[in-house]
Design a protein around this ligand. Structure first.
Ligand SMILES: C[S@@+](CC[C@H](N)C(=O)[O-])C[C@H]1O[C@@H](n2cnc3c(N)ncnc32)[C@H](O)[C@@H]1O
Length: 415
């Protein structure tokens, strides 16, 4: 059966991924740009699956009191769906209610995938703001015609826009002056010194940026309180200007009741340039190893941690590293690992069953899981629970206002 072009739908719920749930003749429809409680007219954009369809709101018939004019006029529901830029899927919802919806997605994920009943709430960071002007890092795409802009929501079509309200003012100003010669993508990065770097990137056939020549690399200095971190301009650093400080503080709070033993061996897995290894070291755990697959980031982690004689940075895939500890660590090292704490901050897909299971076998005193995806977190917490690690405390932060993303910091300890 083919879907009718447009449907009038009542929105019943929010789903993971910045979309909303409606039902039509028994079928689930995932609808963009809506709010639970609303009735909207939506254009079906994908009816290829029998189990669910996708649709995009084209008109709000009965608006939620939580609706506001979109913070990015270009992404407003009055614009044709194909022409709306992506990245601000919650921008039409009042900020406090965005956080209520993110809280619901997180709690639902914990209940569904980890059987955890939690009263966690997603909190705003950085004082009272309207949730704009937080992105210190923005990637804009360039097409063959030289057009520059973000991709449209759920597509690779470039949308030229007049403003970037989620970006810092300096990044937005720099974006205004761009021209698209010689690049597939342009990355704009504002470091702690306030200056915006403009990096023209070439993408390979998988859409991944080709590594820049050594002579073209710039190393930036980022700050968390008084501490400085060196990081490549094109390397990983948290995107929200308050994120690194917020997460450092959250890891400290998570570990407040845990003895960070100076004689134990601690791990910072998916460590980047050593942000959380420094947190552990400052808490007294100076024998700490940061593990990261990107060799340049590991080099910087080595420098960033150089004041602690027992700190190391290793270039390795975490799954291989934890497996090598299981097969190669001495009895004495295994005992030190059991007394240690582990921070893990994996990419969106989560750590996965193998890493979780190997970590549980290593049996550290405490594990702090920093997560940017609530479903991946909940799946991994489910596996940890099977292996005897229970959730001891959990915090959640709105580090990505007006998008659907959120960040969670969870402490796990043996039951
Ligand atoms: C979310 S970032 C966290 C970085 C760091 N904790 C921070 O907050 O600055 C995830 C990091 O994991 C690295 N990474 C991705 N997959 C990995 C793997 N399988 N093994 C080791 N590192 C990996 C990425 O290069 C990236 O630096």
């Amino acid at each position: 059966m083919h879907a009718p072009h447009e449907l009038d739908l009542t929105i019943s719920d929010v789903a993971h991924g910045g979309i909303f749930v409606a039902r039509h003749e028994g079928r689930v429809i995932f609808v963009s740009d809506a709010i639970p409680g609303e009735t909207v007219r939506a254009r079906v954009s994908d009816d290829s699956k029998s189990s669910f369809w996708r649709a995009e709101t084209v008109e709000v018939l009965d608006a939620s009191p939580e609706r506001q004019a979109h913070v990015w006029a270009a992404a407003d529901v009055s614009v044709a769906p194909a022409l709306r830029p992506g990245g601000a899927e919650f921008g039409h919802i009042k900020l406090a209610h965005q956080r209520d919806l993110k809280t619901k997605v997180l709690r639902d994920s914990l209940a569904r995938f980890a059987k955890i009943d939690s009263d966690v709430r997603v909190k705003g960071v950085g004082g009272q703001t309207d949730g704009t002007r937080w992105r210190t890092r923005v990637s804009l795409h360039v097409d063959d015609a030289g057009r520059i802009g973000p991709f449209a929501a759920r597509s690779h079509r470039i949308i030229e826009v007049n403003d970037l309200p989620l970006a810092t003012a300096a990044v937005e100003r720099a974006a205004d002056k761009l021209y698209g010669d010689n690049a597939d993508r342009i990355d704009l990065i504002q470091a702690a010194d306030g200056h915006v770097r403009v990096l023209n990137r070439t993408l390979d056939e998988r859409g991944q940026p080709v590594e820049r020549q050594a002579s073209k690399r710039e190393v930036l200095t980022e700050r968390v309180g008084e501490r400085e971190f060196r990081v490549d301009a094109d390397g990983f650093w948290q995107v929200h200007h308050d994120a690194a400080t917020t997460l450092d503080g959250a890891v400290r709070r998570a570990l407040a009741g845990v003895d960070v033993d100076p004689n134990a061996w601690h791990l910072d897995l998916y460590g980047g340039v050593g942000l959380f290894a420094a947190t552990i070291a400052e808490l007294g755990g100076t024998r700490v190893t940061s593990v990261e697959s990107n060799a340049r980031a590991t080099e910087h982690a080595g420098e960033n941690l150089s004041e602690w004689i027992g700190a190391r940075a290793e270039t390795a895939r975490v799954d291989r590293y934890t497996r090598s500890l299981l097969s190669g660590a001495s009895e004495r090292e295994r005992a030190r690992l059991r007394d240690g704490v582990v921070v893990i901050d994996p990419p969106r897909a989560g750590a996965g069953k193998n890493v979780v299971s190997d970590l549980a076998t290593l049996a550290p005193r405490a594990i702090v899981y920093v997560a940017c995806d609530p479903v991946a977190l909940a799946r991994d917490l489910g596996t940890f629970a099977e292996r005897g690690y229970e959730l001891a405390n959990i915090q959640a932060f709105d580090l990505f206002p007006h998008s659907h993303h959120l960040e969670t910091v969870a402490l796990l300890q043996q039951a």
